[in-house]
Design a protein around this ligand. Structure first.
Ligand code: SF4
Ligand code: FES
Length: 383
């Protein structure tokens, strides 16, 4: 195999992937209506085997990847998770488990810790069990999550919680943060729902209004002050939704710049949402990761700025935000090379403004949410 790393970094083109997201499975006991998994996830049948995942980890580490996230679906569904964690530790990765906590118990927490897992992040849906049940499609999950959050901390990990905010729970942010405080959380990511995958399907029922968002930011700020006054060290990270920004994020730090996702079936993607784009992605079962990263048409498609259209092409900010998110551009305009409509310089920005206007309508909260499920997913497999 050619060693691309030296020449690529030396000429300032492409560096190594630093982050590897291993989406071990799309299977999940929950049905969150904001799930970012692809709508047609049911079409993915042949998950990588344990040996194939170990080969992926080995190749990625040899290329220079240092951060490894295990996600899904629910990664705990995989019985070989402990084996993969141990192998990742042996290879020298810093490992993070991104989980709903369904499938976790004390014995498994200890097994994962013994295997060398560095970090666990548990998602919460709400403070109110009824809202949590409605959004995730499970009446039992909420209590389980709370118990496992405590167990993770007792096992010596920091308690890191992730709460996806949307119009059904954002008004309860005060009680959500109070719950995290009571649990003894060390860090809480208050991540406003980003609109990909199933969340895009449910956008009308999930996107909060500007007023809700501003109130939530003020609540977070009040809590930060209150926590500081008490000397309580619980970090609150508030992630603003793209739809209320006027410049896009530099998604994934730029296409094929630092981030690589391997999907459950071995598809290698520049981001977890990219398989919805109208292009072919290579598979780790068929090609070495190094060749995929440096040489594949898919990974080179939106690198640099040659692919950009106006207004990005001549914009002074194009190296800062790399024109935004390709998946968002495609979902909103049908053209993955378009300027991300989140940008207020984009000719398509009116699409974002229209979504904000719709979200201002209180009646939207009554909108039924489609839970992520395999039966519904089959419809998209056929489309
Ligand atoms: Fe970024 Fe393009 Fe907007 Fe300029 S026009 S700020 S490069 S998205
Ligand atoms: Fe795919 Fe932004 S989520 S490029």
């Amino acid at each position: 195999m050619t060693d691309h790393t030296d020449t690529a970094t030396a000429n300032g083109a492409t560096g190594a992937p630093l982050w590897l997201l291993a989406e071990l499975t799309y299977r999940c006991p929950l049905q969150c209506s904001y799930c970012s998994n692809p709508l047609d996830f049911a079409a993915v049948k042949q998950e990588l085997t344990t040996a194939e995942w170990i080969e992926v980890l080995t190749q990625a580490r040899a290329m220079g990847a240092v951060q490894l996230g295990f996600s899904g679906g629910e990664p705990l569904v995989r019985k070989d998770l402990e084996t993969l964690v141990a192998e990742a530790r042996r290879l020298g990765f810093y490992t993070n488990l991104i989980t709903s906590a369904l499938g976790l118990d004390e014995a498994r927490i200890h097994a994962l810790r013994d295997a060398g897992l560095d970090h666990i992040q548990i998602s919460l849906q709400a403070s109110d069990p009824d809202v949590a049940a409605a959004v995730a499609g499970s009446a039992k999950a909420h209590a389980k999550k709370l118990a496992m959050a405590r167990a993770v901390k007792e096992a010596g990990y920091p308690m890191v919680l992730n709460v996806v905010l949307h119009r059904h729970n954002i008004d309860q942010l005060d009680t959500i943060i109070a719950l995290c405080d009571d649990l003894g959380a060390d860090a809480v990511e208050l991540a406003n729902c980003q609109i990909y995958g199933w969340a895009h399907l449910n956008r009308a029922g999930l996107l909060p209004s500007q007023a809700q968002l501003e109130a939530a930011e003020a609540t977070t700020q009040r809590w930060r002050q209150r926590l500081a006054e008490r000397g309580r060290d619980m970090r609150l990270l508030f992630v603003v939704p793209d739809y209320y920004a006027d410049r896009p994020k530099a998604c994934m730090g730029g296409w094929g710049s630092i981030f690589m996702t391997v999907a459950p079936d071995g598809a290698v993607l520049p981001c977890h949402s990219a398989r919805m784009l109208p292009m072919d992605f290579p598979n780790a079962r068929e090609r070495p990761l190094q060749e995929i990263w440096y040489d594949s048409a898919a990974f080179n498609r939106y690198r640099g700025d040659d692919w950009m259209q106006e207004p990005c092409r001549s914009c002074d900010e194009r190296h800062k935000d790399v024109g935004g998110c390709r998946c968002q551009a495609y979902m909103l305009t049908g053209d993955p090379a378009a300027t991300d409509p989140v940008c207020d310089l984009s000719p398509d920005h009116h699409l974002i403004e229209a979504a904000r206007r719709e979200a201002a309508d209180d009646g939207r909260s009554a909108q039924a949410l489609t839970l992520r499920n395999a039966r519904e997913s089959q419809v998209f497999c056929r489309a």
